[in-house]
Design a protein. Structure first.
Length: 140
């Protein structure tokens, strides 16, 4: 059975690690809960799609407000288990995020995607997202 929910308990957060680490391999399992809890103090949340109580897709996100967009939901992390891709789980979780954003008064949903993530770009374009800006960064 498929369910989508917020990961609020340490057990649910830890259950997201095997999937999240496929996107963020630099994060150590022993520090994952601590890092997520720290980010939660700043509004970060994790939504997970479970199949038979096993996380197969996860999304880290936050709601914020800015002059350019108004109130928006920003997706920090979105990943489907590499063994479960192309089965509709990413689409289901993405649609859940859109509804969550609407239900929380957001006017916009956005994310950044690495330039090398071609399969992710195809997915976002299929989901009717537009390329609206370039993201620039500098390591400090």
């Amino acid at each position: 059975m498929i369910s989508i929910q917020l990961a609020e308990s340490d057990l649910k957060i830890l259950g997201c690690f095997p999937v999240m680490s496929q996107l963020r391999p630099h994060i150590e399992q022993g520090k994952f809960i601590e890092q997520v809890r720290y980010q939660m103090k700043e509004g970060y949340q994790i939504a997970l799609l479970e199949l038979d109580e096993q996380a197969v897709a996860v999304a880290g996100f936050r709601i914020s407000t800015c002059l350019a967009l108004g109130k928006f939901l920003y997706i920090d992390d979105l990943v489907v288990d590499e063994l479960k891709r192309s089965q509709g789980y990413g689409k289901q979780l993405f649609q859940w995020l859109i509804e969550y954003a609407r239900n929380h008064g957001c006017e916009h949903l956005s994310l950044d995607s690495g330039v090398q993530r071609f399969a992710a770009h195809r997915f976002y374009l299929t989901e009717r997202m537009s390329i609206t800006s370039h993201h620039f960064g500098i390591q400090l």
